[in-house]
Design a protein around this ligand. Structure first.
Ligand SMILES: Cc1cc2nc3c(=O)[nH]c(=O)nc-3n(C[C@H](O)[C@H](O)[C@H](O)COP(=O)(O)OP(=O)(O)OC[C@H]3O[C@@H](n4cnc5c(N)ncnc54)[C@H](O)[C@@H]3O)c2cc1C
Length: 382
């Protein structure tokens, strides 16, 4: 029977719950708003050890370095996607082949969870980054079901979700393609739900729409947009605390699945250093940095050849200016205090704002000037 000796390591992937033949494991929310597996009915436990053997934290996958990095974008899907719109292009390819696609959606009640799609209307809801840990529900069992039915499956998620799926399945499947997003961490679903309720109270109505990364006014300085309005992402306290790493799941600070350890065929990121790597694609509409981790991933991407712009780029250069590649700096000093106080505060929006730290102006200006100079240098060297 799985016992979590150090809760801060559990990534909440649900592999143990999905693998339990006696169904005695459930996911339960903690006070920080994250879901953890607990043994619901110990008397039903068969002591088979499956829950431990599928855990991607107890049994990390081998590191697979990227074979290649590419700057990629799909003009057809650029608008409405978070970076280069390669996810919907891949999904369309898999669906046209009779396949099934798994990805994160925002539900009607603004919670975030995984869903499956057999058509592009379903895929549409998966587009866009949702900065909340997505609830996988029974996705792992559903993936296995479709594979057993002989269907192709494209599973997209965070590195820990992809690693958990591989451990749960226990063997490779030719018909399975996995893609992870470059992820520096996932914020608390409980905090997100509290924030949504507070915004609804403030505006006197239901929230019906959210776009965490709205690039309609620019990809670099994207906006956080809801049915109540839009603002630069750093002006929204939920987004600012996410970017500051204040509200991430404890396991994210020592992620066991990032850096090529998820078993994914492809990794999707924002190519923030596009001016250095592929300046001709730098028009502030969004470009993906795609890391090809397996030959299978290369083949899948190759099938899109006619519908996308793709250019091989230097791996090291492609990682520049991307927080997703930086080594975690450890747990912020005030994180524990933040989560402890969030239940007792009167006004969660004001409370969150009090924890936002604005970078000093000189640091922001230094960063902008450094970016400008390095792009000039690169253009001169060309
Ligand atoms: C929590 C999170 C943190 C990220 N951090 C970084 C980062 O630091 N640096 C960086 O370069 N890129 C980061 N990304 C990835 C990036 O923003 C884009 O999502 C990615 O490049 C895909 O872009 P696209 O245009 O091809 O896909 P889109 O069409 O925008 O599709 C979005 C894809 O992301 C998946 N997805 C969205 N939200 C979630 C979620 N909550 N959980 C699991 N999967 C999800 C969907 O299933 C879909 O496959 C992050 C994404 C997420 C979800």
């Amino acid at each position: 029977m799985i016992t979590i000796t150090d809760k801060s390591l559990c990534c909440g992937c649900t592999a143990c719950m999905s693998a339990c033949p006696a169904q005695c494991i459930v996911m339960r929310r903690d006070r920080e708003g994250f879901d953890y597996p607990v043994i619901n009915s110990p008397d039903l436990c068969l002591e088979c050890g499956k829950c431990e053997s599928v855990c991607p934290v107890l049994n990390p996958l081998e590191t697979a370095g990227p074979l290649e990095a590419l700057a990629v974008r799909s003009q057809k899907w650029l608008e409405g996607s978070s970076s280069g719109g390669v996810f919907p292009a891949l999904a369309e390819e898999v669906i046209s082949d009779g396949g099934v696609v798994f990805g994160a959606v925002v539900n009607d009640d603004m919670t975030v969870g995984h869903a499956e799609a057999c058509d592009m209307a379903g895929v549409e809801k998966m587009r866009g980054s949702k900065y909340v840990q997505s609830d996988l529900f029974a996705s792992y069992e559903d993936v296995r079901y479709w594979l057993a039915e002989g269907r192709k499956v494209l599973f997209t998620g965070t590195p820990c979700q992809v690693a958990g799926l591989h451990r749960y399945l226990g063997r490779p499947y030719d018909a399975l393609y996995t893609v992870d997003v470059l992820c520096h961490g996932v914020p608390s679903p409980g905090l997100w739900e509290k924030y949504v309720k507070a915004l609804e109270t403030e505006h006197g109505g239901r929230m019906t729409y959210v776009r965490f990364k709205d690039k309609s006014a620019g990809w670099r300085h994207y906006a956080f947009t809801t049915s109540f309005g839009s603002c630069p992402y750093m002006d929204d306290p939920y987004m600012a605390l996410f970017v500051q790493d204040m509200t991430l799941r404890p396991s994210c600070y020592k992620c066991a699945a990032r850096d090529g350890r998820s078993g994914s065929d492809l990794t999707f990121s924002d190519l923030w250093s596009v001016q250095l790597c592929a300046p001709e694609m730098s028009d502030d509409k969004g470009v993906s940095g795609i890391y090809v981790n397996t030959e299978k991933g290369r083949q899948l991407l190759g099938r899109l050849a006619s519908g996308i712009e793709a250019e091989s780029v230097d791996i090291e250069l492609s990682r520049m200016d991307n927080g997703g590649f930086r080594d975690p700096e450890g747990i912020p000093e005030r994180r524990a205090e933040f989560f402890k106080g969030m239940h007792s505060c009167d006004d969660i929006i004001r409370y969150m704002k009090a924890y936002v730290v604005r970078k000093p102006l000189w640091k922001r200006m230094y960063r902008a000037v450094r970016g400008f100079l390095s792009s000039c240098k690169k253009n001169i060297l060309k």
